[in-house]
Ligand binder design. Structure first.
Ligand code: HXC
Length: 259
């Protein structure tokens, strides 16, 4: 599919989606959301893709939803106009493969919320995170009030959302917003390294592990444990389970087929 606001590159089983509106610090307009939703569907269904990286390049991740596009919306426009962002974020969150946010520079508002629908976040030491919507008279409307407290706890999430203040990469690491901080010039390499580590595992086991975690977070503990048990048991029907255990016993690396 041809995209105008994002770049898509697939190499060695790793797909990289790069936001590409540098003139407005990768602000997310309706077209970006539509294209992100479409690419999530495409990459999720592409058997040659084993892991996905979402990035804004080496200068900025994204400075949020496009304020110029939002400024004169009516409440009805905002309700209807919100659908592309919800569609995009829900489709990214449910890509049945590992999705890594690779973040340099600003990740603000909807940009920060985009990182929250990824499975893990790697930040360059140049990264800055914030939910400045409160300073615009609104609130984080692409899942930020829901996903951020689930990730870092309600107290810290409220401090960020109520103040609109930015935090740097080290603080983001300290509060658990990102998994790892790396020097800016090593961001691409470190992200690829992590993506390849995930991609080397069995694709069905990865898919079910992601599902067990994400679906489980929406259930009470007992229902989650039962769901986990179904996913676990199902994996004994796969070629990869036989291969993984045989390889261990034969003291050699496994050769997973994704089946
Ligand atoms: C539209 C934006 C933008 C945005 C930056 N630009 N952020 N345009 N929407 N969110 C544009 C600027 O207007 C400017 O274009 C160019 O990008 C460079 O930005 P500057 O402000 O000149 O850069 P700088 O001085 O370095 O400041 C960087 C910044 C600042 C601190 C990131 O741009 C900023 O505060 N941006 C807004 C951040 C924000 O409030 N995000 C939350 C949005 S609400 P021109 O043409 O003027 O030179 C949101 C809701 C999510 O995300 C809900 C989803 C439905």
């Amino acid at each position: 599919m041809a995209y105008e606001t994002i770049l898509v590159d697939i190499a060695d089983g790793i797909a990289t989606v790069t936001l590409n509106r540098p003139e407005v610090l990768n602000a997310l307009n309706g077209q970006v959301f539509n294209e992100l939703g479409d690419v999530a569907l495409e990459l999720g269904a592409d058997p040659s893709v084993q892991a996905v990286i979402i990035t804004g390049g080496d200068k900025v991740f994204a400075a949020g939803a496009d304020i110029k596009q939002m400024a004169n919306l009516s409440a009805v426009d905002a309700a209807i106009g919100g659908r592309p962002s919800h569609r995009a974020f829900s489709l990214i969150e449910t890509i049945p493969k590992p999705v890594i946010a690779s973040i340099a520079g600003f990740a603000l508002g909807g940009g920060c919320e985009l990182t929250l629908v990824c499975d893990v976040r790697i930040a360059a030491d140049s990264a800055q995170f914030g939910l400045p919507e409160i300073k615009l008279g609104i609130l984080p409307g692409a899942g930020g009030t829901q996903r951020l407290p689930r990730l870092i706890g309600a107290g810290k999430a409220k401090e960020l959302i109520f103040s609109g203040d930015f935090i740097n990469a080290d603080e983001a690491l300290r509060v658990g917003l990102v998994n790892k901080v790396v020097p800016a010039d090593q961001l691409r390499e470190e992200t690829l390294k992590m993506a390849k580590r995930f991609a080397a595992r069995g694709a069905v086991a990865l898919r079910l592990a992601k599902s067990a975690i994400d679906e489980g977070l929406r259930m009470d503990l007992e229902a989650g444990i039962q769901y986990e048990h179904k996913c676990f048991s199902l994996l004994f029907a796969t070629v990869d389970q036989k291969e993984g255990m045989r390889a261990f016993i034969e003291k050699r690396p496994p050769d997973f087929k994704g089946q």
